[in-house]
Design a protein around this ligand. Structure first.
Ligand SMILES: [Zn+2]
Length: 326
């Protein structure tokens, strides 16, 4: 009964408004609020200072989908994964994967880590990196170095715009092992075929402007590579240091802030070598937890900057609030 009288009053309110065609609920909300929604887009970037470096994390987009199980916890029961997520008020059957490249102004270089999904994903609201670089006060042509952490499509997809380099004045840096793996003719068939074709389309055209690093290699002063193999055979992470302050760019070392951190040993579908990826997670997060060092995770919740605390099993994600502002 209450429903029927509510409906009647809603329709009366709607009839009193400008148009009887509008949804009654919307009319009521607008009439009650009296404040129109602004026509201003979510800026999609976040900025912090690290010594003399300025670090901007940029959301290429977010993609809702089914999961996290069995993408995360592939070797676990759906119930066990659901129980862990329920502890964090997260649903068992839907999750949002997000994609966060990082732009670092060192004072002498503008270094971009990874490039998002690119033009092919734009109709789905992804591939926003270039427009959000502009929103953040830079232009794609200002980027002097593009670092590719590894060569999955969500990291290399934004390297090219049509036939042209998206970052026309940049040189490129990536792991030697990663480049060698993906450009081997052996990759062009079987389960790696699609990803290898993306590498041929997006990475190989830029190879003559590319330099290749091994563990410890330097991108520019203050930015050095560390081998973190497992997710892919040549997956690299990067240590930023300026005026004694450090921040790690972890790329895909851990890809769900609950499943991958609380249970770093759980298998992840996108990890090409499950055991090596799990061992790398433990090694890297033990290191970060021991010295309470901050990191950016490409698939962590935007703005994707945080810390970890080591627990009896796994780690707890601590989002950056004002930690790095002091
Ligand atoms: Zn990724």
């Amino acid at each position: 009964m209450a429903f029927a009288s509510d409906r009647r009053s809603l329709f009366k309110l709607a009839a009193a408004g400008a148009t009887g065609l509008a949804m009654p609920q919307i009319m009521v909300r607008a009439a009650a609020a009296q404040v129109p929604m602004p026509d201003v887009a979510d800026p999609g970037f976040s900025r912090l200072t690290l010594g003399a470096f300025e670090v901007t994390t940029i959301l290429d987009g977010g993609r809702p989908g089914e999961g996290p199980h069995p993408i995360f916890g592939e070797n676990q029961s759906a119930d066990d994964v659901a129980a862990l997520l329920a502890e964090e008020n997260l649903p068992a059957d839907r999750f949002v994967n997000s994609f966060t490249p990082v732009l670092v102004n060192t004072g002498s270089d503008l270094v971009l880590f990874d490039t998002g999904l690119g033009e092919g994903a734009r109709e789905n609201g992804l591939g926003r990196l270039a427009s959000r670089i502009e929103a953040s006060g830079y232009r794609p042509q200002d980027v002097t170095v593009v670092v590719i952490t590894h060569m999955h499509g969500d990291h290399v997809g934004g390297l090219m715009e049509g036939e042209d380099a998206a970052f026309e004045n940049a040189r490129y840096v990536t792991g030697q092992a990663e480049y060698d793996f993906w450009t081997s003719p052996d990759r062009m068939s079987g389960p790696t075929e699609n990803a290898a074709q993306t590498v041929q389309a997006k990475v190989v055209p830029l190879a003559d402007k590319m330099t290749f690093l091994d563990d410890g290699g330097e991108v520019v002063p203050g930015i050095a590579a560390m081998a973190a193999f497992g997710h892919t055979p040549g997956h690299m992470i990067y240590r930023l240091e300026s005026e004694g302050r450090q921040l790690f760019v972890l790329a895909d070392t851990a890809n769900h802030y609950i499943a991958s951190l609380r249970r770093p040993d759980w298998h992840v579908r996108f990890d090409m070598d499950k055991e090596a990826a799990a061992a790398t997670r433990t090694r890297v997060f033990d290191m970060l937890a021991a010295d309470r060092l901050p990191f950016v995770g490409y698939h962590m919740p935007f703005p994707a900057v945080g810390f970890v605390e080591k627990l009896d099993v796994g780690y707890r994600w601590i989002p950056n609030t004002y930690h790095l502002s002091l």
